[in-house]
Design a protein around this ligand. Structure first.
Ligand code: 5GP
Ligand code: MN
Length: 339
């Protein structure tokens, strides 16, 4: 039962809906969730959004954020709320992820839920856990899948400025500001539709890209001047940041976002990697050019995945050991990195 017509029928009468997105949500995760939430509220449903963790400050402007329950390490209350909501809901949307590992402890709640599950995502190699799927790897963002869903259901006129700004934010960031090779005619057409419905490109860009704290900028400067390593024989650049270094710059959630891209901006570099200590684990971010497949690398060696040219992963070893492991696997990829 994967076609969405059945879902449309289910949503013909008011339902209790929960939308879950991935751990440490980015603008596409939160923007697609709040865009969908805004639309479903307009259709008469009761809606809650669950984030398995906190989210960056530069997303706090998003309209509808009062619907978000974000799990934290400091309190059990949001987790209990999330559990109760998931147990009681009729329909459970999973947005911008398709592997239950990516929602940590919320994964078990989703697994055991008796609600109808809907997975809407654009990442490679999805798990099969949903009753309904809208999955398209050719889509640059989950936000545009939400746009397409609303369009297919004949409800484009319900996209107001708030919904448009949320969806535009996801589309803008997952295309790297309409620069990555996932940017096609379709992305511009959808962006155009969103702008004609009130999305404000310069405001959204300003809020997401140009609201840095001085500490975040200093962290970027430090990482670039002190921590960026280039391995010419592998056309690879990497940076590592220890927990202490992150603390030294008062690092907040989201402060490392985008840092990995600097490595890839170096002429000739085919793969860029950022590894940093999240205390409970080491987080890895991979970016690549053209045919070099970081999804395969992250999946094989770092319990991760994502897209061919942008993936993430994690390691339970410490930072030093994780770096050692990464350096040790590079010879396996030497030929591809030198193509
Ligand atoms: P980032 O490096 O910015 O965290 O993630 C890059 C891309 O890979 C994003 O599309 C993100 O959703 C995805 N991603 C990040 N971490 C993981 C992971 O552990 N598993 C999978 N399957 N995808 C990930
Ligand atoms: Mn996405």
């Amino acid at each position: 039962m994967k076609d969405l017509q059945g879902l449309k029928t289910l949503l013909a009468s008011p339902k209790k809906v929960v939308i879950v997105t991935h751990f440490k949500p980015d603008a596409d995760a939160l923007g697609s969730s709040l865009g969908l939430a805004g639309y479903l509220v307009k259709k008469g449903h009761s809606v809650a959004v669950i984030s398995p963790s906190d989210y960056p400050d530069f997303l706090a402007w998003m309209p509808g954020k009062e619907m978000v329950i974000a799990l934290t390490k400091d309190s059990i209350v949001p987790q209990q709320k999330a559990k109760a909501l998931i147990e009681a809901c009729d329909i459970l949307f999973c947005l911008d992820f398709s592997s239950l590992k990516r929602i940590n402890e919320v994964g078990d709640m989703v697994k055991t839920s008796t609600a109808k599950k809907v997975m809407i995502d654009h990442h490679l190699e999805p798990e099969k856990f949903a009753d309904f799927e809208k999955w398209d790897v050719s889509s640059a963002s989950t936000a545009e899948l939400i746009f397409e869903l609303i369009d297919e259901w004949g409800d484009l006129e319900l996209i107001d400025q708030d919904i448009a700004n949320c969806l535009y934010a996801g589309l803008m960031t997952d295309t790297g500001g309409f620069r990555h090779n996932n940017t096609t005619n379709k992305e511009f057409l959808i962006a155009s539709e969103l702008v004609s419905r009130g999305a404000n490109p310069s405001e959204v860009a300003k809020k997401i890209y140009d609201t840095n704290s001085l500490e975040r900028l200093r962290l970027t400067g430090y990482a670039l001047s002190q921590k960026l390593v280039v391995l010419p024989e592998y056309n690879t650049a990497y940076m590592t940041l220890t927990w202490e270094e992150l603390r030294q710059f008062g690092s907040q959630t989201g402060d490392t976002e985008g840092l990995v891209n600097y490595g890839l901006s170096i002429k000739g570099i085919k793969m860029a990697v950022l590894m940093y200590d999240r205390k409970e684990e080491i987080k890895l971010s991979f970016r690549s050019l053209a045919d070099f497949d970081v999804n395969a690398l992250a999946r094989k060696h770092f319990e991760g995945g994502g897209h061919k040219n942008a993936s993430g992963g994690q390691s339970k070893q410490n930072l030093e050991e994780t770096l050692k492991k990464f350096l040790a696997i590079l010879p396996e990829y030497k030929a591809d990195l030198n193509k």
